[in-house]
Design a protein around this ligand. Structure first.
Ligand SMILES: [Mg+2]
Length: 268
């Protein structure tokens, strides 16, 4: 496959964008993490879930295994889980404006999530509206357990996009398809995330937005991964506008982010 074909086969490259915004979904586009919400309220509860997050952050269990453990504790029929989340999960207050701006400026938004695609699409449709269908969603999935139906008690299970990887969905695989494009077509790549599901993406883009006060910052600070802090998508929109309009560079933005962190503005 030639280089030009490689670019042509990446959906987000179809409009020859100068910038692409890759983003986590849960806790990043939404205020609450839908999988944490399921686990905390109708699965085994927050205490064990939080313990699993910390085990993962400290590298004692893979994200994939900790996440399967969480999802196995949620036994409600799948359609009830979706409805329960649609009724409860809220959108970050700045995301709709950011998304509108991205559509007007030829900046494709690609969702890279460790959550489950049917849930993400249902939430995006409810929270963002029909235009959300323009967002590409790459995520894990769910399937019936052997001999069962998704819509019976204990009937479904998580199906990982990359079951051989400890990340379950190794976000770096998608990101490298874009970052390895030749310089004259390679877009500037942004990424936004909040937690342990973003560790496989943290080093792969030009500017990483990490959510104030959340686990991804702990990881980036420990591993010396440059990042800039955001509290909500109004911060991301302001920073992206400055970069797209040439008022600042991604390098400067990352440097400012690191200084904000050192000055104690990262909320950890
Ligand atoms: Mg998240």
């Amino acid at each position: 496959m030639g280089i030009q074909n490689a670019a042509a086969e990446l959906p987000a490259m179809k409009s020859n964008p100068k910038f692409i915004f890759f983003t986590d979904f849960d806790g990043t586009i939404t205020l609450q993490d839908s999988n944490d919400f399921l686990t905390d309220t109708i699965g085994y509860g927050k205490e064990r879930r939080r313990k699993m997050n910390v085990e993962c952050l400290e590298d004692r269990i893979s994200f994939r295994d900790s996440f399967r453990d969480m999802m196995d504790s949620v036994t409600k029929p799948y359609s009830e889980c979706i409805q329960y989340l649609v009724d409860n999960i809220k959108l970050d207050p700045g995301f709709a404006e950011f998304y509108q701006w991205s559509l007007e400026n030829n900046i494709p938004v690609v969702v890279l999530s460790s959550g489950m695609e049917p849930i993400i699409k249902a939430l995006l449709k409810k929270l963002v509206g029909p235009e959300s269908e323009k967002m590409q969603v790459l995520a894990n999935n769910a399937a019936p357990r052997e001999g069962k139906s998704m819509d019976e008690e204990g009937g479904w299970e998580i199906v990982f996009r990359h079951p051989e990887s400890g990340f379950g969905h190794d976000k770096s695989i998608c990101l490298r398809q874009y970052s390895s494009l030749p310089d004259d077509v390679r877009p500037t790549m942004f990424y936004a995330g909040d937690g342990v599901s973003d560790l496989s993406a943290a080093r792969e883009t030009d500017l990483l937005f990490a959510k104030k006060g959340h686990d991804l910052i702990t990881y980036c600070a420990r591993e010396n991964v440059p990042f800039t802090v955001f509290a909500d998508w109004t911060n991301i929109l302001a920073k992206c506008k400055d970069i797209v309009e040439g008022k600042t560079s991604v390098k400067e933005a990352a440097q400012q982010g690191f200084e904000a962190y050192k000055a104690g503005a990262a909320g950890i």
